[in-house]
Design a protein. Structure first.
Length: 637
């Protein structure tokens, strides 16, 4: 154990075994001091006084023996009662109530306070008071006449011994108390330091060392109050990083952490004296900007934030470029509570993302209304899914060479009680952002497989195509869900086609590739939808096992009218043939376009020229009618 009084005392206070060792040490020190004083007194004493003092020495020897044996309580009782009785006997045989021996009583009480307990202390003081009362009574009643010896050098020795023993023990007590006080002060300082450290950890982000959400919330009310007092406004600026997930996925979380740290240092350089920057969440930052001069100044600050965010980062020998979306809300006009103002800044940030990202947007009341509308629509969607209110419509897919119906694309529709339809463009993005698309997609997959199985059982040689969302890949259960749907419908895997938009393949990496490979091995066909509108990366076609390309309708609608679209469509078709892929044209609305695509070598098509998306009954009616027409045209004269 370190030879440090403060550490020693603190260690003793908190450990019973060490506390007992210290108590034994003090007991032996007091016995030694007392025994030394008694030896001095014995040297000058005579007669019965000497025998009483020798008896006291023997009692001290017994107490010392018990103390060495760690029988501290017994040793303490013997020491203190022996001293008390010895002093009482000396007073009785000599000067009575006036005897010098009674000066030793306070020392005994000090020892009792240091070494004993409450019971021992109060029993001793009670005995002393009672004995003094008896001596007083005996002297005043004349029963016992005190013997007042002549003053001699022995008196000095007796007084010196009493003072030395009592003073020495009081000094030991004082030193212990001082050490205890120093220890408590040191412990209090350490506790305060620990509390400050814990408070810092509770209020700061360990990765970036920025204040966290709790800190920001605590200081919002202070800053807001100061702004109100000075007739100023407080801006809350919400920054959310765009495309941060691919950094973690491709380079690892260590690279993502370094990027966040570097960005935090950049943003700190934009702060003025009273601004507060905090890390609000994973890739989200929040700024409190009190007393800004104008909305134009806020806009300039937001632009500076975006500029720092989009500047290249050099991490692990890689140059990384990201962007951010900024939402701005202002107190008091946009709210005066932290949760409310943050919600509004968050809405503005999502509007910035919807407007193309890497921009800033101010909150306005229409955003709140839109948010409430989305929330209500989401609740209605959950109810519709639970009550089986969704329906699948089917748009025929035809082989262009003979215009024979070969399958259908399943399209989700949401009919309302009044006969209207909620547009898929309105509810599908909300389902994706909320994650509800996973449950809806599973329902679509099951119903589409069951429908196709029914068609085949009725003798129709048709396939079914189902659209997939990125969100459906994220939990890694898509393969299992597809297998369950095929098994439940008793549908061959080659009858199912999964359509993915080209943009879905960008930035998702191995997760989607592995799941699509598993689906391909089952025999399911993979189709790339809206080809030509995104990156049109041929490497993706090979990596994701595509078997079909769907040419986006934006190239098809004006195929016969625009000289620019035909070369593009021809190039896509020729490239697909060279890669062994079939092509599907969507958005065909007239016979001329269908004929031109057939001449260009396009394999399949779909569009309003043949039929719009139809309920299952109408779809089967259309297929039956087409088969009858085909039979009539092929019937020999």
């Amino acid at each position: 154990m370190p030879d440090n009084p403060e550490f020693t005392q603190s260690f003793v206070v908190n450990h019973p075994e060490q506390r007992n060792k210290l108590r034994t040490k003090r007991l032996l020190q007091i016995i030694g001091l007392t025994l030394f004083g008694l030896v001095l007194a014995v040297a000058v004493a005579t007669g019965s006084t000497k025998w009483v003092l020798l008896g006291g020495c023997c009692a001290l020897g017994l107490a010392a023996l018990l103390a060495y044996q760690r029988r501290v309580v017994a040793a303490t009782y013997i020491l203190l009662w022996a001293m008390c009785l010895m002093l009482s006997a000396l007073a009785y045989i000599s000067g009575g109530i006036r005897d010098l021996a009674l000066l030793g009583y306070p020392g005994v009480l000090v020892f009792a306070a240091m070494l004993g307990n409450g019971r021992l202390f109060f029993s001793l003081i009670s005995f002393m008071l009672a004995f003094c009362a008896v001596l007083t009574y005996l002297a005043t009643s004349g029963i016992v006449m005190p013997v007042i010896p002549a003053i001699s050098a022995a008196h000095f020795v007796f007084i010196g011994a009493i003072l030395m023993v009592t003073g020495g023990c009081v000094y030991l007590l004082y030193r212990d108390q001082q050490r205890l006080m120093h220890s408590l002060q040191s412990e209090n300082h350490r506790v305060k330091q620990s509390q400050a450290h814990i408070e810092h950890l509770a209020l700061h982000d360990p990765l970036t060392a920025l204040p966290n959400r709790v800190y920001c919330q605590q200081h919002f009310q202070r800053l807001y109050g100061e702004c109100l007092a000075n007739a100023q406004r407080l801006a809350v600026v919400f920054l959310d990083l765009d495309n941060f997930k691919p950094v973690n996925d491709s380079l690892g979380h260590a690279a993502g952490d370094l990027l966040l740290q570097q960005l935090a240092r950049r943003l700190e350089n934009l702060l003025t004296e009273n601004d507060i920057l905090c890390r609000f969440g994973g890739d989200e930052f929040l700024l409190l900007l009190p007393g800004f001069s104008s909305n134009e100044a806020l806009a300039a600050k937001a632009s500076a934030l975006l500029q720092q965010t989009t500047a290249p980062f050099f991490i692990m020998q890689n140059q990384i470029e990201i962007s951010g979306s900024v939402g701005i809300a202002i107190a008091p006009e946009d709210g005066n509570e932290f949760s409310e103002i943050c919600k509004h800044a968050d809405m503005a940030m999502f509007q910035a993302k919807a407007d193309g990202r890497n921009v800033y947007r101010f909150y306005h009341d229409e955003l709140n209304k839109a948010s409430i509308d989305k929330f209500n629509l989401l609740q209605l969607m959950r109810k519709a899914l639970k009550n089986n209110e969704f329906q699948l419509y089917y748009q025929p897919k035809l082989q262009l060479s003979d215009q024979r119906v070969i399958g259908a694309e399943a399209l989700l529709r949401w009919p309302q009680a009044d006969g209207s339809m909620i547009s898929p463009d309105e509810f599908i993005p909300l389902a994706e952002s909320s994650g509800l698309i996973v449950e809806i997609g599973q329902w679509v997959l099951q119903q589409a497989c069951l429908a196709c199985s029914r068609w085949q059982q009725q003798g129709y040689d048709l396939t079914i195509a189902v659209n997939l969302s990125t969100v459906q890949f994220r939990d890694g259960k898509l393969e299992q869900q597809v297998q369950q749907a095929l098994t439940a419908a008793a549908l061959p895997a080659h009858s199912l086609e999964m359509e993915l938009t080209e943009s879905l393949l960008i930035g998702e990496g191995d997760n989607i590739a592995q799941q699509l490979s598993a689906l391909h091995q089952l025999g399911i066909r993979i189709s790339i939808d809206d080809f030509g509108t995104g990156y049109s990366n041929l490497g993706y076609l090979r990596r994701f096992n595509a078997s079909r390309l769907k040419i986006d309708k934006s190239f098809i609608l004006s195929l016969c009218l625009s000289e620019r679209d035909e070369p593009l469509v021809r190039a896509i078709i020729q490239m697909s043939k060279s890669l062994g892929l079939k092509t599907v044209a969507e958005g065909i609305e007239d016979s001329a376009t269908a004929a031109q695509l057939a001449l260009l070598g396009c394999d399949e098509g779909q569009g309003f020229y043949w039929a719009k998306p139809l309920p299952e009954t109408d779809f089967l009616g259309y297929v039956s009618a087409e088969l009858m027409n085909e039979a009539r045209t092929t019937k020999p004269d």
